[in-house]
Design a protein around this ligand. Structure first.
Ligand code: FEO
Length: 404
């Protein structure tokens, strides 16, 4: 049975939810599922903005035919050519053989790469700033390369002031009837997953996101229709500001994220002692992750969120404990910068982890190290408490000083 909602007089949400997929991109756990949003505009011409993943193809096609109510689909705008949004192109062409496809110069080679379709005579290639009239509505095209793939563009509907923003402003999580931001408790139920989505999927491309934020800032936007997650029709400055902070790699919260790995509980004990000292010093925003049991995407999200990081890890095979090494690789790949970091190492006969982690941190941009080879041998000893006192004092001074 069809399942859609009206957004404006002419625009419909015709997407759907996948609550069965375990991992987005086969990497990121999504316990709350994910939406694949698609939007259908009924004007003198009918225009669909992106398709969906095959997982919800049947629902999607039924939604479209119901909203079209016998009309042909004239145009498909492809804002993003990742398969979670473009898997139904061929199915649409079979149903609507006269449909034309609107994309940019980078869109069509990707259609060929993924699907090998002959689109001769069906392509409309648009460039930055070009417009397209579908009757009452005029569409403007805004190139958004690398947010999140090279061919990404956004489309702005002049008439209803709708920004079809592709992956930008998206989030993990499925919708349950309430598809608008003002119908959900966003801070409680969605913000953490939006941060995890942004930082892991688009986090590397902060400069490109900043570029697009500058391009869209002069627009009068009443709706933001992203490809994943709720549709924004109020309080738009809220998500614009969040994305501005994230894409500038600025922390959202003055506080300390402690990420530790511990084989037998001794490194964990050291960070527990440090955390108590931080709390005694007045730091309230402390979050602690045992990284052996935490998916790295959660670590990345909190790394973007907090101003100060404590990384603690045993030495393993004369190197960094593997889960910590993986987390550090991800931090670098996602361009993490502008953080203050303290490192605690551990090792029973040749402790190396502190030095090696500090070397990895030094390869990242604008990172400040508060420690230099601060190491315990097997277990924390009373004579090392002064070192932790000093470290907790430094962290507290910075965190509290900047939060006043
Ligand atoms: Fe949801 Fe970059 O695709």
């Amino acid at each position: 049975m069809y399942c859609f909602r009206k957004i404006t007089d002419d625009l419909y949400w015709v997407g759907g939810n996948d609550r069965r997929l375990e991992r987005f991109e086969n990497i990121f756990p999504i316990p709350n599922g994910v939406t694949y949003n698609s939007y259908l505009l009924l004007d003198e011409k009918t225009v669909l903005f992106d398709t969906v993943d095959t997982a919800i193809g049947r629902q999607f096609l039924e939604n479209i035919e119901t909203v079209l109510d016998g009309r042909p689909l004239n145009y498909l705008v492809i804002n993003h050519m990742e398969p979670d949004h473009c898997s139904l192109i061929e199915d649409l062409l079979l149903r609507h053989p006269d449909m034309q496809i609107i994309g940019n110069a980078k869109t069509f080679p990707m259609i060929d790469q993924f699907y090998g379709m002959d689109l001769e005579g069906k392509k409309i290639i648009v460039k930055e700033g070009e417009t397209f009239s579908c009757g009452k509505h005029t569409l403007h095209f805004i190139m958004a390369s690398m947010v999140h793939w090279p061919e990404v563009m956004m489309t702005y509907d002049d008439t209803d002031k709708v920004l079809f923003s592709a992956d930008a402003f998206g989030t993990f999580g499925s919708l349950g009837g309430t598809i608008f931001n003002d119908e959900v408790d966003f801070d409680r139920d969605w913000l953490d997953e939006m941060r995890r989505y942004y930082t892991n999927i688009v986090g590397k491309y902060g400069a490109q996101v900043q570029n697009v934020l500058k391009k869209v800032s002069p627009l009068d936007i009443k709706y933001i229709c992203a490809l994943h997650g709720p549709i924004w029709r109020s309080n738009l400055e809220y998500i614009l500001e969040k994305h501005d902070i994230w894409s500038k790699y600025e922390p959202e919260v003055q506080g300390v994220m402690i990420a530790y790995a511990s084989m037998y509980g001794n490194t964990e004990n050291a960070v527990d002692v440090l955390a108590v000292k931080l709390a005694d010093a007045g730091v309230k925003n402390i979050v602690m992750h045992d990284i052996s049991g935490t998916h790295v995407s959660h670590l990345i999200a909190d790394t973007f969120k907090y101003s100060h990081l404590v990384l603690a890890s045993p030495t393993y095979n004369a190197g960094i404990y593997p889960v910590m090494a993986n987390y550090l690789e991800d931090m670098k790949a996602l361009n993490i910068q502008n953080r203050t970091v303290a490192v605690l190492g551990n090792g029973s006969w040749a402790p190396m982890s502190a030095k090696l982690i500090e070397a990895k941190i030094s390869e990242m941009k604008n990172m400040t190290l508060l420690t230099e080879n601060c190491t315990i041998k097997s277990a924390l000893k009373a004579e090392q408490l002064d070192v932790l006192d000093e470290l907790a004092g430094k962290l507290a001074e910075e965190v509290l000083g900047k939060s006043e």
